[in-house]
Design a binder for this molecule. Structure first.
Ligand code: DAH
Length: 348
């Protein structure tokens, strides 16, 4: 009897490889455990045994049943795996070289931002980022910009509704949240947190209520710079910016400073650059940034002593620099995701 049961297991194990479909598996199982199966028949023999042998025999039957189940299970797994492989198609070899993909590249604005940042980092500036959603305090008040200043007008700056709340950000009752119209706000955020000296550069996105045309965009990017220490002078500012334009535009680039006005610097300048390297603009003076010496009132707002420290600040538009460098005549090209435009900036 026992040898007979043992041979059932051997039969099943020997026969399993020939089963490859669900109907074959159903027949195969029925041959052992179906109503007319060999194990079913063998287990009927229990009735003829003396009572004391019945439990031992019953146990044997169960063991054989479990071993047969294991065989069925492994057939089932094999059929499922074959079905899945058929669905997935031929095996993929991930080590083969890729043939028909297109290589992406960084956006020209990202490339130009990184070039600007790279030049300043080499001479000790660290990059600091500030939020795009700001308060009037950081964008205007602390930057010595009076309530009546035109930049604070609803026509120029995006104001959020009066009941707008921002988690973790405080504002005075009479103050609004705004989309920052310039990155100069990061000067204030940095100085209110750190003691001098500070030497930072802050690239980022800005927003203004401009009507979009070839040179205006409601959404654009700036880089702000700030250096505060003891005895910082206009000469330091000029030396820094001379170095910057030579690195960016070539060794023959020259700078020119014209008196200007910004509420947060005194004196203030517009800086122009002239270079022979830019075909279309060769020999012309081109305005590229605003700059000046930090106004003592700004130091007052951040708790610095204007008798102890002095500093310079500057700010430029990344789009403008990119347009000058690459001879681009319409700012809208940057935002249209047109591959014919973007593909021209793959080889930097
Ligand atoms: N925030 C100015 C703007 O958006 C640019 C600027 C001018 C930044 C002079 C400065 C500065 O730090 O000193 O037009």
């Amino acid at each position: 009897m026992e040898a007979e049961l043992q041979s059932l297991v051997q039969q099943a194990e020997a026969g399993q490889d020939s089963i490859s479909t669900w109907p074959e598996l159903a027949d195969f199982k029925a041959g052992f455990v179906g109503p007319n199966g060999s194990l079913t028949a063998a287990s009927k023999g229990i009735a003829k045994l003396p009572n004391e042998e019945k439990p031992v025999f019953g146990k044997k039957i169960n063991e054989v049943k479990q071993r047969l189940e294991k065989v069925f299970e492994s057939i089932r797994e094999r059929i499922e795996a074959t079905e899945l492989a058929d669905k997935l198609g031929p095996a993929v070899d991930p080590t083969l070289p890729v043939t028909d993909t297109e290589q992406g590249t960084e956006h020209p604005l990202t490339q130009v931002r990184d070039r600007i940042v790279g030049i300043f980092r080499k001479i000790g500036f660290t990059v600091v980022e500030g939020p795009e959603l700001e308060t009037e305090f950081f964008c205007f008040d602390a930057l010595n910009t009076p309530a009546s200043h035109p930049a604070r007008d609803m026509q120029d700056t995006y104001f959020l509704p009066d009941d707008f709340k921002l988690k973790g950000e405080k504002r005075r009752e009479d103050e609004s949240f705004i989309l920052r119209p310039h990155t100069s706000a990061v000067q204030i955020r940095t100085m209110t947190k750190r003691k001098p000296p500070v030497r930072i550069l802050s690239p980022g996105r800005c927003f203004r209520r401009d009507t979009v045309d070839a040179t205006h965009s409601a959404n654009f990017h700036q880089v702000e710079g700030l250096y505060v220490d003891s005895d910082v002078t206009i000469r330091d500012l000029k030396a820094l910016l001379d170095h910057f334009v030579r690195e960016l535009f070539g060794s023959d680039a020259k700078t020119r400073f014209r008196p200007s006005f910004f509420p947060f610097t005194e004196p203030s300048f517009e800086m122009d650059v002239q270079t022979s390297k830019l075909r279309k603009l060769s020999g012309k003076w081109i305005e590229i940034m605003g700059c000046g010496m930090v106004d003592p009132n700004v130091f007052g707002h951040v708790g610095y002593d204007p008798d102890e420290v002095s500093g310079y600040a500057f700010g430029m538009g990344i789009e403008r620099i990119a347009m000058i460098l690459h001879g681009i005549d319409d700012i809208r090209h940057f935002y249209q995701n047109d591959l014919r435009f973007l593909q021209q900036f793959t080889g930097d």
